[in-house]
Design a protein around this ligand. Structure first.
Ligand SMILES: O=C(O)c1ccccc1N[C@@H]1O[C@H](COP(=O)(O)O)[C@@H](O)[C@H]1O
Length: 205
């Protein structure tokens, strides 16, 4: 079954939604973003989460000491990096599970996958001026011929209730990651989140 991550929780209501709908992962954004939360706010939200839901912290070219400090304050299961982090930077977090985001716009971008053989890769749209969370999909056909069996692939970028089933059929990812596509006016929307999760669970696997 394709795993589901809902990213960008900011409010107690968002925690209530995911506790009911039970995605596999939720994300807290600690990078520059309209969804940014402080470590203290994320820790408070995380304390109310169903313990079965794994917590992912999102960072962009952050000082590793800051990442470590946040991961001590918020019990993060996974670190997700959306900047220019090198393999050596990622290795500095030892055994911690890492998801490395790669922005995809061309076939050449697919070549970056070989740089990170150890990590789960999160394939996202490349959007000028944004590190993620832009709500824009990329052309999934660019992945034809890519080594999608190299390890876990998380598909992100502009997923929503209307396109997620097709995305799963084309890419067969380990997980799908959604933020903008389950929001209305910048806030998480219960009905969109519910429909998104239903579409993933009903998609032929
Ligand atoms: O969500 C954000 O604001 C964000 C900011 C900086 C880096 C990553 C961010 N989110 C991640 O972006 C992708 C795609 O999101 P969307 O569904 O297109 O809105 C996803 O992996 C989020 O975790």
């Amino acid at each position: 079954m394709t795993k589901i991550k809902v990213c960008g929780l900011r409010r107690p209501e968002d925690v209530a939604y995911v506790n009911e709908l039970k995605p596999d992962y939720v994300g807290f954004v600690f990078a520059e973003s309209k969804r940014r939360v402080t470590a203290a706010a994320a820790a408070k939200l995380a304390s109310g989460l169903d313990p079965a839901i794994k917590k992912v912290g999102i960072f962009v070219d952050e000082d590793p000491e800051v990442v470590r400090s946040i991961a001590e304050q918020v019990p993060l299961d996974i670190l997700q990096f959306h900047g220019h982090e090198s393999p050596a930077y990622l290795e500095s977090f030892g055994d911690k599970e890492i998801w490395k985001a790669l922005p995809i716009a061309t076939k050449e971008d697919i070549g970056q996958m070989a740089r990170y053989p150890q990590n789960t890769l999160l394939l996202d749209a490349k959007v000028s001026g944004a590190s993620g969370g832009s709500g824009v999909p990329f052309d999934w056909d660019l992945l034809s011929g890519a080594d999608l069996d190299r390890g876990r692939i998380v598909l992100a970028g502009g997923l929503n209730p209307d396109n997620v089933a097709q995305a799963i059929e084309k890419v067969r990812p380990f997980a799908v990651d959604v933020s903008s596509g389950v929001e209305t006016d910048g806030f998480k929307d219960y009905q969109k989140m519910k429909t998104f999760i239903e579409k993933v669970r009903l998609a032929p696997q």
